[in-house]
Design a protein around this ligand. Structure first.
Ligand SMILES: *Cc1c(COP(=O)(O)O)cnc(C)c1O
Length: 383
């Protein structure tokens, strides 16, 4: 729309002004990702203080102190372009996974790797198989790329790998296996993945999104990097946004075959990750103490949150991640809004389903208290 100030006010309104006619229908159909409100915004809007954010699965302990030191050291170099090849971080990651560096692609969050995969391998009309309740980025990226999302219903709240394999057609380019799955927190096992990989055609790229792998306690968690070692076209996504506590810096990576990595490197922006992100990620990777403390806090507090929710009559799904998913048996949007007013930000997924991140003990107590108040005045619907 033209406004009196923009110098084009004299131009008569015409179709020529309307960019929507030039937007691809696949793009026009997208709904912008709705991020959780930032803490400051919630506090300002509702006139409260000390709001807690348990909405985006961030590490409640914050970044590693070693990462913060690395950031301090790096600020003097910010007039220089970053190392576009992220050499030091790539070497550290290659060592961590005992693979040559040619297997690693660093991205602006693992979100970027998802976009790069779609840009590289999905041409209009190609299909990508994913669960019907999973991380929204897959659908966003595939739809924007004019691909077709084949959404396979969860089975018992977990990925239905046999049904996902059966959904593969000659147009399938990517299969997304989010493990543990966001928002359910559930996991598929090594045996299940092995059976799945046995039947998926060798030319379909399987993407294992393991954003929460560092939190997993189940010994049956798959070693998906093994498929990369055996030269299967697979991509394992890892991130520094969750347990490593660096969500604000935007850095993640993919582990894949040198061939796939080579294509992703051609498609990515030459300076896709910044100096601060690279340096902090290296330091965080080397801080085993912070990793252990973060895992331990999550384990203890997850147990406390599960107990608290059960006492309130809820049945959170068994979670291998740092969040719980549960049916609040009321209008989920209304419960979400009432919690927000009480200064507790959670995630409303759909219907009566809420997802809450495991925070520090006092944050979790605050959530449970607020939830107790809210449901006390709202009768449960259904049975
Ligand atoms: C949070 C999350 C990511 C990480 O995204 P980044 O871009 O690395 O911050 C990836 N996949 C899933 C399933 C997630 O929940």
């Amino acid at each position: 729309m033209s406004s009196p100030q923009d110098g084009r006010a004299q131009r008569p309104a015409s179709h020529g002004d309307d960019v929507s006619v030039r937007v691809h229908p696949a793009i026009a159909s997208l709904v912008p990702y709705a991020p959780g409100k930032p803490l400051e915004e919630v506090e300002r809007e509702f006139g409260i203080r000390g709001a807690v954010k348990l909405a985006s699965n961030e590490n409640p302990l914050g970044p590693s102190p070693k990462a913060l030191d690395a950031l301090q050291d790096a600020v003097d170099t910010l007039h220089l372009y970053p190392d576009g090849g992220a050499h030091v971080l790539t070497r550290a990651l290659a060592e961590r996974w005992t693979l040559p560096t040619s297997h690693i692609v660093v991205g602006n969050g693992s979100d970027e790797i998802i976009s790069l995969l779609v840009k590289t391998f999905v041409t209009p009309g190609d299909e990508a198989v994913m669960a019907d309740q999973t991380f929204v980025m897959y659908k966003l990226a595939v739809t924007a790329g004019q691909g077709v999302c084949v959404e396979v219903p969860l089975h018992g709240w977990r990925h239905d790998l046999p049904a996902m394999a059966a959904a593969v057609t000659s147009r399938t380019r990517l299969i997304f296996v989010c493990n543990p799955n966001n928002p359910t927190g559930t996991m598929v096992t090594r045996e299940e993945v092995r059976a799945f990989m046995d039947v998926v055609p060798e030319d379909v790229i399987v993407v294992f999104d393991e954003a929460y792998a560092e939190y997993v306690r189940d010994p049956h968690y798959p070693d998906s990097v093994a498929y990369v070692r055996y030269q299967r076209p697979a991509v394992v996504l890892r991130t520094f946004s969750k347990l490593y506590g660096l969500a604000g810096l935007r850095i993640g990576y993919g582990i894949t075959t040198p061939e796939i990595a080579g294509y992703l490197h051609r498609v990515r922006n030459p300076f896709n990750t910044g100096t601060l992100a690279q340096r902090a990620a290296c330091a965080a990777l080397g801080d085993a103490g912070h990793v252990a403390a973060s895992r331990t806090l999550n384990e203890t507090e997850m147990a406390a949150m599960e107990t608290g929710l059960r006492r309130l009559g809820f049945a959170p799904l068994p979670s291998q991640a740092n969040f719980l998913y549960f049916d609040v048996r009321r209008d989920g949007r209304a419960v979400f809004d009432r919690l927000l007013r009480a200064g507790v930000i959670v995630r409303h997924i759909h219907g009566s389903m809420l997802r809450v991140t495991i925070g520090r003990p006092e944050e979790n107590r605050r959530f449970l208290e607020a939830l107790t108040d809210v449901i006390g005045t709202m009768p449960a619907t259904g049975a």
